[in-house]
Design a protein around this ligand. Structure first.
Ligand SMILES: O=C(O)CC[C@@H]1NC(=O)NC1=O
Ligand SMILES: [Fe+3]
Length: 388
């Protein structure tokens, strides 16, 4: 999928040589070097092989659910009435704080196993439903445990700058100084953080508040990413790009200046159709502008109990195409090589010599089938590291 001169970077009638958990060689079967002619062979009968799928934006560790809030909204309750009834992020924070590490892990693994069943071999997992030191650390420990309990690569993102907890209502700056930043330092010291994220939005944190968190991330040598321009344009993506962010995510309200800033910084645009769909958003992210300025586009589930309870990366691909007009090739790059870039992963997301032997084999004839079907999983085999 690395090449862009042929559709999907596809090689017809290919051979892939795996050894010691790595891709040793890939190319046309007719050009297989003699040195590999003696090894064990498995015919895939002409099936499509892609890199293992990568879900680069998830809140998959969380307690509770928001089903009642979903029902209230469909019975006409306003966002405010839901909030007054204790709904919204606050209700998930309460449920997550009350859950043990074991309970959070059991709930997360159930959701992770669905993604694994779709050929996912790497995921990003955020904190952000604790909003206090102990629970934020617990969420990140659970994220690390997911990577130990399943054969899947896990990259964690510290997202205490997700919302202000009830006990700090109206005191956002104090929350950033007294909870968010000290907890970031503690989480980093425990080896729990691969990147630092934030929610830059009127209902969350301002660019200045996010910058204070990012300044600390910089001193700790941690890359950053940002939920930006989801509901309005606060210049979040531009701020993220100024820090060389791995990605800026959502981006429904991003303008062309912001796209150019991302292009100059090499910041990946992570498109999240699950939230666009669930919130019945009408403003689509600037897909054409990303294409025009060469901004890599990734796609992810954003699986979370509120704005995107979407537990399927394959359905995400179909939504990215049907709702947001990405092409099937862009969508497939969006859950492989571009998702790897959004996580700073350099050893996967591409079928290339030297990369991890993380692959997905599909019962389809054409790659576009992975985007076109709705609610259908054509996975034949998932290969992680060593071949069977
Ligand atoms: O509703 C939730 O629980 C999370 C909302 C979610 N978080 C964020 O930064 N943007 C979102 O849509
Ligand atoms: Fe999110």
């Amino acid at each position: 999928m690395a090449r862009t001169d042929v559709p999907y970077g596809m090689i017809d009638d290919a051979a892939i040589v795996l050894a010691d958990g790595r891709i040793e060689w890939v190319g046309p079967r007719s050009a297989l070097p003699d040195e590999f002619s003696t090894g064990a062979k498995t015919s895939l009968a002409g099936r499509l092989v892609t890199p293992g799928l990568i879900d680069c934006h998830t809140h998959i560790v969380h307690g509770g659910d928001r089903a009642v809030e979903f029902e209230m909204r469909l019975n006409g309750a306003s966002y405010e009435e839901v909030a007054r009834a204790g709904g919204g992020i606050v209700s998930t924070v309460t449920a997550t704080r009350a859950a043990s590490e074991g309970e959070l892990l059991t709930m997360a693994l159930r959701r992770v196993d669905v993604l694994i069943g779709e050929g996912v071999t790497a995921i990003e997992i955020k904190s952000g439903y604790g909003l206090d030191r102990e629970t934020e650390l617990r969420m990140l420990r659970v994220a690390r445990a997911v990577g130990k309990d399943r054969d899947i690569t896990v990259r964690t993102s510290f997202l205490a700058a997700h919302a202000t907890p009830a006990e700090y209502k109206g005191r956002e700056d104090a929350y950033i100084d007294e909870i968010c930043i000290p907890t970031l330092r503690a989480a980093h010291a425990e080896g729990l953080v691969d990147a630092v994220d934030g929610f830059c939005e009127g209902i969350a944190f301002s660019p200045d508040q996010i910058a204070r968190v990012f300044d600390v991330a910089k001193t700790l040598g941690l890359p950053v990413k940002l939920h930006a321009e989801q509901l309005s344009d606060l210049g979040g993506a531009k701020l993220a790009a100024s820090y060389g962010a791995l990605s800026a995510d959502h981006l429904e309200y991003l303008d062309e200046d912001g796209v150019k800033a991302m292009a100059d910084a090499g910041t990946v645009a992570v498109i999240l159709p699950g939230a666009f769909y669930t919130l019945r958003e009408t403003q689509a992210p600037p897909i054409a502008a990303f294409r025009k300025h060469g901004v890599r586009m990734a796609l992810a589930t954003d699986i979370n109990p509120g704005s995107s309870p979407l537990n399927s990366l394959l359905l995400t691909v179909n939504m990215g195409c049907t709702l947001l007009r990405m092409t099937p090739e862009e969508a497939l790059r969006g859950i492989t090589c571009n998702a790897a870039h959004a996580l700073g992963l350099t050893d996967q997301g591409i079928i290339e010599s030297g990369k991890r032997a993380d692959l997905a084999v599909w019962d389809v004839k054409h790659p576009a089938e992975l985007a076109y079907r709705i609610g259908y999983n054509p996975l034949h085999k998932r290969i992680v590291g060593a071949p069977e």
